[in-house]
Write a protein that binds this ligand. Sequence first.
Ligand code: 1CP
Length: 339
Amino acid sequence: MVTKPLLRVLNGARADRPPTWLMRQAGRYLPEYRALRAERGGFLALATDPIAATEVTLQPIRRFGFDGAILFSDILMVPWALGQELTFGAGEGPRLAPALVDAALTALTREPARLDPVYATVRGVAESLPAETTFLGFAGSPWTVATYMVAGQGSRDQEVTRRFAYADPAAFGAIVDAIVAMTIDYLARQIGNGVEAVQIFDSWAGSLSPEQFERWVIAPNRAIVDGVRARCPGVPIIGFPKGAGGKLAAYAAGTAVDALGLDETVDPHWADAVLPPELPVQGNLDPLALLTGGAALDAGIDRVLAAFPERPHVFNLGHGIGQHTPIPHVEHLLQRVRG
Ligand code: 1CP
């Protein structure tokens, strides 16, 4: 029988007080993270050192006692394993080379062994987590990962990749298929090594028209859900299509995810009304309300808590925690949610 509170809710049980974790909870708002990162000299050095990455995964659990621990890694590990070079320069976002807007996918040499340190981290965390804490693995969704692979870096509205997908859907489809295959294996191996649920982050799902959303978000995520379920039945899969808005119900039905992450722009009462009543949801406090604190934070928490009177609900933010978020605000959030 499942007794961990977060895992129970992801399996469809209702809890009086929602279990809680925060997206990007292992990271730069924590002084202990910044200290370790400075000592190790950068993100990739940390993420590929299983002892350091285990420590970073556990830091927010030790400090706050969240119900879920999220593996410390990044969605761009999959492009790295597909053969692109990955760098995280100081003060700038990640870079992937060669960008697939100028180079063919076939020019890349697959390097799946680059993911081996991540599986070692998974084993390290699984051994050390408190008994009540659920261990979450993750990957990026094919669309979001492809936007970085094609442009070679993050971009404001993913224009380069959206144009590429229209201009050459066969070449773009080959990139998406390669990400799907690697991601199924990556998630199944995270599970095989000890994670208990997985989340698929689709940070840029909001930039697509409905037909493109159907083709590049729903269909590939369905392939991942089917592929992971075939290898690892019974492990909950959370989909987080940020910005999907009115397409959320189509996403939930089309991908068959076990739980749905809501971003902060979604009215939780509307979501509760339009989504299948048994579907667990996760979210969706505005990260900026948490950063601001005070009355804005309390009102935001109470609104989310009141929105799902019957439904399985995991309390979370609508997107990642901001790096300037004061730690006392996180402590306050947990006290208020736990009552
Ligand atoms: O120390 C540093 O400077 C590195 C900052 C950092 C961290 C802490 C990056 C670079 N990645 C991560 C970890 C990370 N990334 C986690 C695990 C830790 C946790 O959640 O607590 C996760 C789940 C991610 C996911 C991720 N990476 C997403 C999806 C979620 C989201 O926030 O939208 C995306 C889009 C990325 C790409 C990425 N990695 C890092 C940065 C700065 C970015 C964004 C780049 C850009 O769009 O320009």
